[in-house]
Design a protein around this ligand. Structure first.
Ligand code: SER
Length: 313
C-alpha cells in the first residue's frame, strides 16, 4: 500500500482519531493532517500538518501537489444541531468541500476519496426500525439535506466520471480522546465526562429516545476497511448503511451507573429532541456486512468500560 493521504478536518472528533490510525497504518509522513484551525497537539507533532479551508479547492490542490497525495479523507463538516442555527453556512461548508474534492478526483489529481454521510439522511417518514439501505429519504434537517445531496453527488461522480469515492452513513460516534461539537448524538459522549466530573448529567434528549451509535474504534476501522476493499466489492456508491449498537439515554445512564453508583441524570429535552425524533432507532447494515465484511466489535458495556478506564487515567 503506497498511499499518501490528506485528511481534511483532522482537528475534529473523527479526524483526530482517524489521522492517528492512518499514520500507524501508512506511516507518519504519509498522512498529511489539515484543518481550518490547529488541533490536537499530538496530531500536529506526529506528522505533517497544514492549515486548509476544506472549501478552498486551490489550496487543497496545492497541498495535493506538494505531497503527491493519492487519497483524500474529507471529514470537515458542520453537524446537525449547529447547522440548524446556520443553515447557509452549513450548506456552503458541507457541499462546497465535497464538490471541491470530487472535482480534484475527476481531474485526476487524486485517486480515491472518503466522505462520511450520516443517519441524518433519513427523516420522519423513514421506517424507524431496522432501516434498510434503500428506503424513503425525506430529511428534515439542513445537515441531513446536505448529506443526502452529497451522497447523490458521490454516486454521480462515480457513474459519470469514474471517481472512486466511498462513503458510510455514520451513526452517532462515541469517543473519549476527542469530543464532538454541534451534533445531536453528542450527549452520548458528554455523559461520560459529566459522570466523572459532576456525578450528574442534564440530558437534552428524553429518556426513551433510541438512536444508532458506534464506538470510535469501530468507526475508524470501518473507514479504513472500506477504503482498502477492492473497488469491485463496493456496490453502493451513494453511501453504505453502517451499524453497531443502539440505546436510549436511560440505557447508557444505567450502564454508566454500574461503574459510578452515585451517578444521577435529569432530562430537559431542547430543540435537538425534534432532530433525534426524525432519525431511525436502528439501522440495517447487511449490505456493508456482505460486500466488504464489516463487523463491529464494541457493545455498550465494552464501550463504557473502556471509556471510564481511560478517562480516569
Ligand atoms: N452525529 C451526527 C449529529 O448528531 C449525526 O451524524 O449531527
Amino acid at each position: 500500500m503506497n498511499e499518501t493521504i490528506l485528511v481534511l478536518g483532522a482537528s475534529g472528533q473523527i479526524g483526530t482519531e482517524l489521522t492517528e490510525k492512518l499514520r500507524s497504518v501508512y506511516g507518519k509522513k504519509q498522512v498529511i493532517a489539515s484543518d481550518i484551525r490547529g488541533g490536537n497537539a499530538a496530531i500536529m507533532a506526529s506528522g505533517p500538518f497544514e492549515i486548509i479551508d476544506a472549501t478552498d479547492k486551490e489550496t487543497i490542490l496545492k497541498t495535493v501537489k506538494k505531497y503527491k497525495v493519492t487519497q483524500v479523507y474529507l471529514l470537515a463538516a458542520m453537524l446537525s444541531a449547529t447547522a440548524e442555527k446556520y443553515p447557509q453556512k452549513a450548506w456552503n461548508l458541507n457541499m462546497n468541500s465535497l464538490l471541491a474534492v470530487l472535482d480534484l478526483a475527476k481531474e485526476n489529481h487524486i485517486k480515491q476519496v472518503y466522505w462520511p454521510s450520516s443517519i441524518a439522511v433519513f427523516g420522519p417518514t423513514t421506517p424507524k426500525e431496522n432501516t434498510p439501505q434503500k428506503t424513503i429519504m425525506e430529511p428534515s434537517t439542513v445537515y441531513g439535506i446536505s448529506k443526502l445531496s452529497g451522497e447523490f453527488w458521490c454516486n454521480y461522480y462515480h457513474k459519470k466520471y469514474g471517481v472512486d469515492v466511498r462513503s458510510l452513513r455514520f451513526p452517532g460516534i462515541i469517543s473519549w480522546k476527542s469530543k464532538p461539537g454541534g451534533g445531536t448524538t453528542d450527549y452520548a459522549v458528554d455523559i461520560y465526562f459529566k459522570a466523572l466530573e459532576d456525578g450528574n448529567f442534564n440530558c437534552f434528549l428524553s429518556e426513551n429516545t433510541r438512536l444508532p451509535m458506534m464506538y470510535m474504534d469501530d468507526a475508524v476501522n470501518a473507514t479504513i476497511q472500506l477504503m482498502q476493499a477492492k473497488s469491485e466489492a463496493i456496490k453502493v456508491r451513494t453511501s453504505y448503511n453502517l451499524a453497531a449498537i443502539d440505546f436510549t439515554p436511560k440505557e447508557i445512564f444505567e450502564e454508566i451507573k454500574k461503574h459510578v453508583p452515585d451517578f444521577t441524570i435529569t432530562y430537559n429535552p431542547d430543540f435537538r429532541q425534534q432532530i433525534a425524533d426524525s432519525w431511525p432507532s436502528n439501522i440495517n447494515d447487511s449490505e456493508a456486512r456482505k460486500d466488504w465484511n464489516w463487523k463491529h466489535q464494541f457493545d455498550l458495556a465494552a464501550i463504557t468500560k473502556d471509556i471510564l478506564i481511560n478517562l480516569k487515567k
